[in-house]
Design a protein around this ligand. Structure first.
Ligand code: PMV
Length: 339
C-alpha cells in the first residue's frame, strides 16, 4: 500500500463568507488569514480495488471508527472522482486527527477538508505523474477543498487569501482561492489570533443550514454588496498597513455575520453573554491603550482577538488577568498567522 501524509491548518475570515449557491459557490467574496496551530493531519493509504463491490473508503478519526464521517467522506469521494478520475479504482484508508480537541468549539472542517484535498492531489500526482485541469497543484487542491467545505478553499494557502470572484483581485475565482500575500503590507504579516473559548459546545447551526438562511433573507442583497465593498476597502488597508482601519472593517464584518443570523428565519443568537463581555473589554482596551487589536467571530460564541506581534506581551497579560474568566474552563488558544 502507498501512503501520503499531509497537514493543513484552520483560517479565520476577515471578510465573511455567508450564503452559497450551486455547488458550493459563494454569494460573496471572502478574505482570510491562515492560522498556524489549529492543524489537521491526514494520512491516506491506498491500493487498487480488488472487487467492484468492495467498500472504497475507511476512516479513522482521532484513532476511532466514525461511521457518520466515513459515509460523508465516501459521498464526497464519489462527487470528486469526476475531477480526480484515478480515484475510481482505488481503495482508500484514511486517518485524520486534529492538534486541537474536537470539543474546543474550533471549526475543524476547513483544516480537515484542506488537508484531505492536499493528500488527494498528491495521490493523483504519484499515480498519474501529473495534475489535470488546473494552473498548479495548490489551485486544484483549493478547488477540491472547496467542494468539501467552502472556507477550506482558503486554508490551502499560507497567509492571506481571497476566495470568490471580485474585481478587486485579478485572478480571483468562485471556484478556488487565491493567495494575496504579495499585496499585503509587512505590518500584517506577524498577526496573532487569541481564540477565547466561550463555549466548547458543538455548533448550534450546521454549515449548510447556516448558509441556506441567506436564501430569501430580507437583507441578503445589501449584505452581499457590503461584503464586496469591504473586500475593496480591506484590500487597500492590507496593502497600506492601516491597522486602525483594519479593526473597523474586521469588527463590522463579524457583527454583520451575526446580524444576518439574528434576522434570518429561523433566527439564531450564537453569541453568549460572555461573547459580549469580551467584545466590550476589547473595545475599551483599544481605546485606553491605542493598540490596534480587534475581535472577530465565526458562526459561534467564541471570540478571536487579532493583534500585531509587537503587542503580544501586554495582550497575553491582559487576557490572563481580565478575559479568561469569561472563557469555558478558562480555555483560550494562542494562535498566529502561518506565513
Ligand atoms: O466553510 P463553511 O461552509 O463551514 O462556512 C464558513 C462560514 C464562516 O466561518 C462563518 C465564515 C467564513 O468565511 O469562514
Amino acid at each position: 500500500m502507498n501512503t501520503i501524509i499531509k497537514s493543513s491548518s484552520s483560517n479565520i475570515a476577515l471578510v465573511k463568507y455567508w450564503g452559497k449557491h450551486g455547488t458550493q459557490l459563494p454569494m460573496n467574496p471572502s478574505i482570510s488569514m491562515t492560522l498556524k496551530n489549529a492543524i489537521t493531519t491526514t494520512s491516506i493509504r491506498w491500493k487498487e480495488l480488488e472487487k467492484s463491490n468492495e467498500q472504497k473508503v475507511s476512516l479513522l478519526f482521532e484513532g476511532k471508527n466514525n461511521h457518520d464521517f466515513e459515509k460523508r467522506l465516501a459521498l464526497f469521494i464519489d462527487h470528486i472522482t469526476e475531477y480526480i478520475p484515478v480515484l475510481k479504482n482505488l481503495k482508500l484508508d484514511v486517518e485524520s486527527s486534529n492538534s486541537f480537541p474536537h470539543s474546543s468549539g474550533i471549526a475543524s472542517s476547513a483544516s480537515a477538508m484542506s488537508a484531505f484535498a492536499l493528500s488527494l492531489i498528491e495521490l493523483e500526482k504519484q499515480e498519474t505523474g501529473k495534475i489535470s485541469g488546473f494552473k498548479d497543484e495548490l489551485q486544484k487542491a483549493s478547488f477540491i477543498a472547496r467542494l468539501g467545505s467552502g472556507s477550506a478553499a482558503r486554508s490551502i494557502y499560507n497567509g492571506y487569501s481571497v476566495w470568490g470572484k471580485t474585481d478587486a483581485y485579478k485572478g480571483s475565482s468562485d471556484e478556488y482561492a487565491l493567495a494575496i500575500n504579495s499585496e499585503v503590507h509587512e505590518v500584517f504579516k506577524n498577526y496573532h489570533d487569541a481564540i477565547l473559548i466561550v463555549s466548547s459546545q458543538a455548533k448550534k447551526v450546521g454549515s449548510s443550514l447556516g448558509h441556506s438562511l441567506m436564501n430569501n433573507h430580507p437583507f441578503a442583497a445589501e449584505r452581499f454588496k457590503q461584503a464586496e465593498n469591504n473586500i475593496v476597502q480591506l484590500k487597500d488597508i492590507l496593502k497600506n498597513g492601516e491597522q486602525h482601519d483594519y479593526t473597523k472593517v474586521v469588527e463590522s464584518e463579524a457583527l454583520s455575520l451575526h446580524a444576518m443570523m439574528m434576522t434570518s428565519n429561523p433566527s439564531f443568537i450564537l453569541m453568549e453573554p460572555n461573547t459580549l463581555n469580551i467584545i466590550s473589554k476589547v473595545q475599551v482596551f483599544r481605546e485606553e491603550t491605542g493598540i490596534p487589536l480587534c475581535f472577530t467571530l465565526d458562526a459561534g460564541a467564541n471570540v478571536h482577538i487579532l493583534y500585531p506581534e509587537d503587542n503580544k506581551e501586554s495582550i497575553v497579560k491582559w487576557i490572563k488577568s481580565e478575559l479568561v474568566i469569561y472563557c469555558s474552563d478558562g480555555k483560550w488558544i494562542d494562535d498566529e498567522i502561518k506565513i
